[in-house]
Structures are given as structure tokens and as C-alpha cells.
Design a protein around this ligand. Structure first.
Ligand code: B12
Ligand code: SF4
Length: 479
């Protein structure tokens, strides 16, 4: 038996770690998670020491990379263990393997490589030839081929929820975060998704069988009594047949209020009605920027008219809308943002979630150059096998009304070509943090309503009155 310590610095359950933990435990290994909340870091390091890990696993998104690299270096000096990095940052910036805190990076789904590594360490065998891993060796970095096809999600054990139970914040949470699949069929330029589709190859965009997902949900509801389910998939929709089947089962056997990420272009009345009947309380639908930038620079093929139409449909069925806005895109001005206010008033979203565009600077190491002051947005990345387009949308033109058909689940990405390893993958605004707690009071600050615990600012005008809305949403009466 090997001991694996997952280490992280934010207080959120990582579904990836829960999935790997389930696979590791099934193979007989011992797994624990340790969270450095930044308040008592000494305690974090001493708890990891007490656990005496053989492997310290870091699941790293770009903002956490500096913490993870420093923590791994210290953990490696304090413990005789191997430090492995995985998740999006390790995939798009595998060069981090050059850092003294990193022994190996996982270039894809971690279940199989990590189980294999734990088994080898347990038996005292070398692990530098495991598919899916880049491994630091005495002679340099061994870059093994990918682990193989993407995983069939229904073949995996249920996520190991117990992993995070040692923290009461998760044990007692009234939210249940749940993942129905992996990947998204769209190709927005500012998101890592198109890159990942090319990186993983065909089949990357997947959903679990509705029956299997609902059976797991049923068990979790009975065990944990959540009040709301938060589907954290990038988009709930991948095809209508799947969605309708899932929603019908969910309505019949679960029926709890739920929230999900969606996309305006996919909104159709039939599905909205079904979602409302199944318990949908709010959907997150990104606006991001004005129509010109959205369709052009961001490659999000959704028009203003589609957004307003979706807003009206959600209101009709009493589903709340949380929308995203990006500040700080190239060419953005304060005047430009102010000119958008009438549009947002018309949209009347329950909540506007603002983020600042933060380009990821991997091009420095990947291309060996940093085009000062320029962002190179990722355009369509060719599918690894060179096959034709199958997902809806490359950048440039709006989708026509709703999605044309149900065949948008493949991994093709359209005609424009670029080398995936050369493409920049900027950080995207987040679609998926736990949704705000509708019971947290809204307070008026300097003409802007600010809701905690997050730092997002709504466009609500000073003095605007708020009234409760179905589902607990405070709702603005426009001044
Ligand atoms: C849920 C979610 C969150 C959650 C949980 C994040 C987490 N680490 O799990 C929260 C709310 C915390 C979050 C926050 C943010 N997120 Co987020 N999030 C997601 C989302 C929608 C799903 C993640 C998920 O559960 N996937 C399913 C699981 C099963 O897969 P996985 O996590 O990738 O794990 C697998 C492999 O990567 C690998 N693996 C992962 N970790 C490890 C570790 C080891 C040791 C090994 C061997 C393998 C391995 O094996 C796992 C199992 O197969 C993704 C979209 C996506 N495609 O991943 C965005 C995504 C990861 N987020 C993104 C962003 C931008 C953010 C934020 C920066 C947003 C913001 N502005 O604040 C913050 C960053 C917070 C931080 N400091 O890290 C980007 C990442 C960009 C980047 N360069 O890192 C993504 C990819 C969205 C996108 N399409 O661009 N996010
Ligand atoms: S921004 Fe959203 S819709 Fe666009 S590719 Fe990323 S996850 Fe999909």
C-alpha cells in the first residue's frame, strides 16, 4: 500500500482528486487531502509530515501554481516522497517539471497513471515509463506517450466524497457539487477547452449515462441530505437527447433544486421548461463582452438578441440567471463598459459576475518569445487526428438560433488551423465557483450593490430597491 497526499490551497472539493482517490483506494492505497488555507500553513506542512506520504499530488490551476511549486519543494525536503503535478496547468505548462519541487507531471487524466505509480512505488519499482506522465530522471525528462483514450466515465468508481469529510465545511455543506461529464463542445478563444479537446483527442467531451449519474445522486442525497445540487460541468448541455433523458430521471428520482452552467445559444423553450420542472433554480450564462468582441475576439458565437431571448425564457419559467462579464479585454474602455449598461438593464440578470481578463503567459516558455503588450488568442485548434469539425462553433459568426442538431459532442474544432502547442490558452473567467448564497444580504455601497462572499459587483444603480424573488433571489427594481 502506498500513501498519497493530495495538497491544495483553496477550500473547494476537487472532483479530479475525488475521482483519483476512489481509483487509488480501490487499488488498496491510502489517500488523504491536505488544504493549506494560508492561515496556519505550519499546521498544513506538519499534517502532511505526520501522514508520511509516498506521493504528494498537486492538482494545479494556473493561479495556484506559485503556491504549489513552493509547497512541493518544501514537502519534498521534509518527506521522502515524490511530487506529482496534474490538472490543467500541468497539461498546458508541462515545463514546470524543471522546477525543483516537481518530479513528474501528469499530461492527462490521472486515474490510471497515478494508480500505476502508486503500485510501482509500493513494489519499489521505477516509474519513469508510465504512459501519461513526464518524469524527471537522472538523464533529463522522460516524456512518455499519452495514457491512451479518454476514460469511459461510467467505468470509474463513484467520486470519493469521504476524502474531504475531514473538513466540516464540506461535511456539513448544503450544496452538493456534482459532475455529470467532462469537456464542452464549444471553442471560445479565451478558454482552455478547445486546447483540451485537441490535446485529449476524440471523445473528450463526455457525459455520464443519466441512469448511472442519477443512481449516484440518489445515494448521495440519502447519505448527505443536500439542499441544492450544483452541477459544475462547464456546460450542462451537450446534446438534447442526453439532456432530456437526464432531466426526466432527475425530476422523477431527485427533484432537488439545482444550478448549472449553460450557454445562451443552446437555450430552447422545451428544455427550459423541462429544466424548470426538474428543479432548476438558476443557470449561469456568460455575456462576457459587447457583441462585437464576443463574436470576434472571444469566439463566443452568441448574439445580443439570443442572450435577451434566453433571458426572457428563463424569466418566463422563473429560473434565475447569473451572468458573466469580463473586464480588461484588449481594447476595453470605461466608456465601452458604460455603453453596455442599457443592454444589461434590459437583460435584467439576477446577478452579474465580473472577472478580469488575465492572459496566461505560457507563450513565453512555449514559443520562446513574449510579444510585449499583445495577446494572441487561441483560435480553433485542429483535432489531433485531423478529422473534420463536429462541435458547434468556431469563432466569427453567430450560431443560427439554436443548436442545429445533436451531433455537437465530438472533438473536432473547425476549419481554422493552428498548432495546439503554439496556441495561447488564456485564463478564462470562471463559470463554476460555488454559486452565491442567496441568503447572504445585499448591501449598497457607493452606488453599487456588492454581494459577499465573492467580490463581484452588480450593475445595480444606487438606491435601487430589492425584492425577494422565487428561489430566494433578491431582485432589482430598475430605477
Ligand atoms: C469545477 C471547476 C473549478 C472549481 C474546482 C477546481 C478544481 N481544481 O477542481 C473552482 C471553483 C475552485 C475553480 C476555480 C477556478 N477555476 Co475552474 N474549473 C472548474 C471546471 C469547470 C471543472 C473542473 C473539474 O472538476 N473537472 C473534472 C475533473 C474530473 O477533472 P480535472 O480536475 O481536470 O482532473 C483530472 C485531470 O486533470 C487529472 N488531474 C487533476 N489533478 C491532478 C493531480 C495529480 C497529482 C494527477 C496525477 C492528475 C491530476 O486527473 C483528474 C482525473 O482525471 C474546469 C473546467 C475543466 N475542463 O476542467 C474549470 C477550470 C479548471 N477553471 C479554470 C479557471 C480559470 C479557474 C479560476 C482561475 C477562475 C477564477 N477567475 O477565479 C479559479 C482558479 C482557482 C485556483 N486558485 O486554482 C480554467 C483553468 C485555467 C487554467 N489555466 O488553469 C478551467 C479549465 C476552465 C476553462 N475551460 O478554462 N474551478
Ligand atoms: S467558455 Fe464556456 S462555452 Fe466557451 S468553450 Fe469554454 S466552457 Fe465552453
Amino acid at each position: 500500500m502506498a500513501r498519497i497526499a493530495f495538497c491544495q490551497n483553496i477550500m473547494v472539493e476537487f472532483m479530479g482528486c475525488m475521482s483519483m482517490s476512489a481509483a487509488l483506494k480501490l487499488a488498496g492505497h491510502e489517500v488523504e487531502v491536505f488544504i493549506d488555507s494560508g492561515v496556519r500553513s505550519g499546521r498544513f506542512f506538519s499534517q502532511v509530515r505526520d501522514f508520511r506520504p509516498d506521493i504528494a499530488g498537486f492538482s494545479v490551476l494556473t493561479p495556484s501554481a506559485p503556491w504549489a511549486l513552493a509547497a512541493a519543494e518544501r514537502i519534498k525536503t521534509e518527506n521522502r516522497c515524490v511530487a506529482v503535478f496534474g490538472n490543467v496547468h500541468a497539461i498546458i505548462q508541462p515545463e514546470i517539471i524543471g522546477h525543483p519541487g516537481v518530479d513528474a507531471v501528469c499530461r492527462g487524466e490521472g486515474e490510471a497513471p497515478l494508480v500505476e505509480m502508486a503500485g510501482r512505488l509500493n513494489r519499489g519499482l521505477p516509474f519513469d515509463d508510465i504512459p501519461g506522465l513526464w518524469v524527471k530522471t537522472g538523464g533529463g525528462v522522460r516524456k512518455n506517450p499519452p495514457a491512451g483514450d479518454v476514460l469511459d466515465l461510467d467505468s470509474l468508481p463513484d467520486h470519493d466524497r469521504a476524502l474531504y469529510d475531514k473538513y466540516s465545511i464540506f461535511r456539513r455543506s448544503r450544496y452538493l457539487r456534482f459532475l455529470l461529464g467532462r469537456g464542452c463542445p464549444h471553442n471560445c478563444t479565451y478558454c482552455t477547452n478547445a486546447y483540451m479537446k485537441a490535446h485529449y483527442g476524440p471523445g473528450y467531451v463526455r457525459k455520464r449515462a443519466p441512469e448511472r449519474a442519477v443512481a449516484e445522486l440518489e445515494r448521495l442525497v440519502a447519505e448527505r441530505h443536500p439542499e441544492i445540487i450544483n452541477f459544475i460541468d462547464e456546460v450542462l448541455w451537450v446534446n438534447n437527447e442526453w439532456l432530456v433523458k437526464f432531466l426526466r430521471l432527475y425530476k422523477e428520482r431527485i427533484g432537488l433544486p439545482f444550478a448549472a452552467n449553460y450557454r445562451h445559444g443552446a437555450i430552447r423553450e422545451e428544455e427550459v421548461r423541462l429544466m424548470a420542472e426538474a428543479g432548476c433554480r438558476h443557470l449561469v450564462l456568460a455575456v462576457e463582452s459587447d457583441e462585437g468582441k464576443r463574436l470576434g475576439l472571444l469566439g463566443k458565437r452568441v448574439t445580443d438578441a439570443q442572450i435577451l431571448q434566453a433571458g426572457a425564457l428563463l424569466r418566463k419559467y422563473n429560473i434565475g440567471m447569473i451572468s458573466h462579464v469580463l473586464f480588461g479585454l484588449p481594447g476595453d474602455t470605461v466608456e465601452g463598459h458604460l455603453a453596455q449598461l442599457p443592454f444589461f438593464r434590459k437583460l435584467d440578470a439576477d446577478y452579474l459576475w465580473t472577472s478580469f481578463f488575465q492572459p496566461e503567459d505560457s507563450r513565453k516558455s512555449r514559443n520562446g518569445e513574449t510579444p510585449a503588450g499583445k495577446y494572441r488568442f487561441q483560435r480553433n485548434v485542429p483535432p489531433r487526428n485531423g478529422s473534420g469539425p463536429s462541435g458547434p462553433g468556431g469563432p466569427g459568426e453567430p450560431e443560427k438560433g439554436v443548436f442545429p442538431d445533436d451531433k455537437g459532442t465530438g472533438s473536432g474544432t473547425g476549419p481554422e488551423e493552428a498548432d495546439p502547442l503554439q496556441a495561447d490558452v488564456p485564463v478564462q473567467p470562471d463559470l463554476h465557483r460555488p454559486l452565491f448564497d442567496p441568503r447572504v444580504p445585499v448591501r449598497e455601497d457607493n452606488g453599487l450593490a456588492v454581494r459577499r462572499p465573492h467580490d463581484e459587483v452588480s450593475t445595480r444603480a444606487a438606491g435601487a430597491e430589492t425584492v425577494p424573488r422565487a428561489g430566494g433571489f433578491p431582485r432589482q427594481i430598475n430605477s
